[in-house]
Design a protein around this ligand. Structure first.
Ligand code: ZN
Length: 523
């Protein structure tokens, strides 16, 4: 058994190495590569992707997994070996169901579709990209049908990024959340909007980058195993547990962009850097789902990075870096500015309250398209109607409507959006549990800018496990409750109750929730 297990691990390590090399090529393409390299680079990453897929779906891997089945059953569920076999088996069974020919066809199609979208969006020309999107929907339905037996046609897509959740679960959670959010958004946006002009001044790039990185390191981002570079669309990437990188972009006329995207990507990086070193090179060495991953970027970006306590400590530092711009701006004004809520057209610029409405709109339209209840030709109109119903404003064009996100034009339809909102919900749930264990966390942050207690709790209860547990398993283990919107709602009510005039809402709500979580919250 030992030899077979070792052989499986060796094969998985090769797959991992090829994928990591492809990841490095992608990172380079997004940071330093001259534009002339684009065509060859696309071919190179496709070649590596194909090799990794071929190696992973090699029947020998299936035979090894079969031979190790009895061994797996003899192991303790919580052991690393059992976890590795479980995850490898799940991924293998998924991978062999999708024919290589189909994957290649889709890859070709999406790269063409992406090319057309890059021209169609600035031209506000949905018609140009429509035939591509129709084809994409066809492929997306076909892809789901490689997994017969689903309850909803979106399930196989959702499972690929948020394993353990189905369309029905997500829809139920989103419906609950929507009921709370719609009145909250209208209560906030009916008031005088926050003045965020202090963020819209000239802030030299070097200083912005240095300040963001200083906070990232203070959070616990290990620069011996990380680095930060500039890109167009910030992301985090990992080539090994010893090399977890973040990227950012700066706008010299807006302070909020680089700062919060750095904190966001740092949250993703802390998760990956915190994985147990023994998992290096195995399928366990990555965050467990897109929703749980996003919970960490949101926790560090919003629950910590946009909190009053955080800026109590860091604002004087920021003021000394940008004394000319912020020297006479009060902490309260700054705090209101970075937490400004407004009904806006673009998802990626949305604040933490309205953001979820953007996500739910896309999620619901994805379900309708996959179900066959929404034709692509009707999509722009349906988008406009739904947007107006949810936000009270109508998108003036498709460019900032249905054409705004790259997801449907550069990949399949389905499973791409729900993780963002699951992340918002879960970020609050994990934070509440960390607080329950260590009520000193907010005080440490406010008084000393100290994050180690929070960081250590997250490492211990979440990060170190990598993919060993599924999202539902790790949520229950770490927080003592299945996914719940209660902490998130309490957080929003209390935070925005302090910033705006909201009936019966104030800071006590969040503290009370955290003190009694998860027991008291059930009552
Ligand atoms: Zn993220």
């Amino acid at each position: 058994m030992e030899t077979k297990f070792q052989e499986l691990k060796n094969r998985l390590l090769e797959v991992n190495d090829i994928s990591s090399a492809a990841g490095l090529l992608y990172w380079d393409q997004s940071t330093y590569m001259p534009p002339g390299g684009a065509a060859a680079r696309a071919r190179q990453t496709a070649t590596l992707g194909r090799l990794a897929h071929e190696k992973f779906t090699d029947p020998t891997i299936g035979k090894l997994l079969d031979a190790l089945e009895a061994y797996e059953k003899s192991l303790d569920y919580d052991s690393d070996a059992a976890g590795l076999l479980r995850v490898a088996r799940r991924k293998y069974e998924r991978a062999i169901k999708i024919p290589a020919k189909f994957t290649a066809e889709v890859a070709n199609h999406t790269s063409e579709s992406y090319q057309v979208w890059t021209e169609a969006r600035p031209a506000n020309d949905f018609e140009r990209v429509r035939p591509y999107l129709e084809k994409t929907l066809e492929y997306s339905r076909q892809a789901a049908n490689f997994f017969p037996g689903y309850d909803h046609i979106a399930d196989p897509h959702i499972e690929s990024s948020d394993y353990g959740m189905k369309a029905e679960d997500v829809s139920r959670v989103f419906a609950e959340l929507r009921q709370e959010l719609v009145p909250l958004v209208s209560a906030i946006t009916s008031q005088e909007p926050a003045d965020d002009s202090c963020l819209h001044q000239h802030f030299p790039e070097e200083k912005q980058l240095a300040f963001g990185l200083e906070v990232a390191e203070q959070f616990g981002y290990d620069m011996h195993r990380g680095r930060q570079d500039k890109t167009h669309h910030p992301f985090m990437t990992k080539f090994s547990l010893g090399d977890v990188r973040i990227t950012t972009r700066t706008k010299e006329n807006f302070l909020g962009d680089a700062l919060f995207s750095t904190l966001h990507e740092t949250g993703h990086a802390l998760y990956e850097q915190g994985i147990c070193p023994d998992y290096e090179g195995t399928p366990l060495a990555r965050g467990t789902s897109s929703g749980v991953h996003e919970s960490q970027s949101r926790l560090w970006e919003n629950l910590v990075g946009r909190s009053r306590g955080f800026w109590y400590h860091f604002y004087p530092k920021l003021q000394s870096v940008f004394s000319e711009q912020l020297g006479s701006v009060s902490k309260d004004t700054f705090n209101r500015a970075i937490n400004k809520v407004e009904r806006s057209l673009i998802r990626t610029n949305a604040d933490e309250v309205t953001y979820n409405l953007h996500v739910m709109l896309r999620f619901d339209l994805e379900l309708a398209m996959l179900e066959g209840n929404l034709e692509i030709r009707d999509l722009p109109e349906v988008w406009r109607e739904r947007f107006e119903a949810d936000f009270g404003i109508a998108p003036p064009d498709d460019k900032d409507g249905v054409l705004q996100d790259v997801h449907w034009y550069f990949g399949l339809i389905g499973g791409a959006f729900q993780g963002y909102t699951l992340g918002n919900i879960l970020g609050a749930q994990f934070y509440a549990s960390a607080f329950k264990a260590h009520p000193e966390i907010p005080t440490e942050i406010r008084r000393e800018g100290k994050f180690s207690t929070l960081h250590n709790w997250l490492k211990e209860n979440l990060y170190q496990h990598g993919s060993k547990y599924t999202a539902p398993e790790i949520i229950e283990r770490a927080t003592g409750s299945p996914l719940s919107i209660k902490p998130y709602i309490a957080y929003l009510h209390s935070k925005y109750g302090e910033l705006y005039d909201l009936d019966g809402c104030g800071p006590a709500q969040w503290t009370e929730m955290m003190e009694t979580w998860p027991d008291g919250s059930a009552s």
